[in-house]
Write a protein of this length. Structure first.
Length: 276
């Protein structure tokens, strides 16, 4: 894969575009077709911001990645650190400019600006502080849905997705920190501070709250939509539960992957219910 493309982590970039479209659909329903151009512009901007953020992450993690992720472009020698930093700045700047001048509604730009500021703060300081960094990542994950709701002028319905994404992402980030504990010598992560067992306890609490919130969100739907959502979110919660069990058994990689997969299924449950 081209190193510039690899730096953006294409899978995450595509998922971001899907999240923007999904959030727009959850908020606007059948009226989504009235905002086709706006959603395309917002999706493009979000993809560039996420890609730029991922490149910045690779730049800042270039030393620890030598041990944790040696196949990433910088430690693999496919691209220099300086080139990565310039590339990241170009993508971040382009993303903000696109949403600022491409959309008449400026609320999405405010969320994009807050998200980008949070991202830079995370990479430069919050990441090293452990839980504060995890919370920042959770906010950025959930903010995508608020951003999408603002694109279609109705962020209210996306507040549920914001809450679920925030909680599940923080839980997943803690599991990832446990996975990378040995190589993260320059970060004061939660597992490094309180140990693996207590970190897993915190992860479990976050997931329980997320599961409770997911079932509370059923009140947003009625009839067949309510049933479809209940089935979908139940499947999502089971997947995340399996991920948590994997993490408890020491398989942190599978654990964090399943939590992410469960988040994806939960998003599909919202989409399915919104369409019924």
């Amino acid at each position: 894969m081209n190193p510039y493309l690899a730096l953006t982590r294409p899978g995450n970039v595509v998922l971001t575009a899907v999240a923007v479209v999904a959030g727009s659909y959850i908020a606007a329903g059948d009226n989504i077709f009235d905002f086709q151009v706006e959603i395309m512009i917002a999706s493009l901007a979000a993809m560039m911001l996420v890609g730029g953020g991922n490149a910045l992450n690779d730049y800042n993690d270039r030393e620890s990645d030598k041990e944790n992720h040696p196949n990433r472009p910088i430690p693999a020698g496919l691209i220099s650190a300086d080139e990565t930093l310039v590339y990241s700045r170009i993508l971040l700047s382009a993303g903000l400019l696109i949403v600022l001048f491409g959309l008449a509604n400026k609320l999405p730009f405010i969320i994009a600006l807050i998200g980008t500021t949070t991202l830079i703060s995370y990479e430069n300081k919050l990441k090293a502080l452990g839980l504060s960094g995890n919370i920042a990542v959770g906010f950025m994950s959930g903010a995508v849905f608020l951003y999408a709701g603002m694109v279609v002028n109705d962020p209210g319905p996306t507040l549920w997705m914001f809450g679920l994404a925030f909680l599940a992402t923080v839980a997943r980030e803690i599991v990832k920190d446990i996975q990378d504990l040995e190589g993260d010598t320059d970060r004061f992560t939660l597992p490094a501070r309180i140990g693996i067992a207590k970190s897993l306890f915190v992860t479990g609490i976050l997931l329980v709250v997320a599961w409770s919130l997911s079932f509370t969100a059923i009140t947003q739907f009625s009839g067949i939509a309510s049933n479809a959502y209940a089935i979908g979110v139940s499947i999502a919660n089971v997947i995340m539960l399996l991920g948590f069990q994997n993490a408890r058994n020491g398989d942190y990689f599978s654990g964090q992957k399943k939590i992410k997969q469960g988040m994806g299924v939960a998003m599909l449950a919202f989409i399915a219910a919104a369409g019924l």
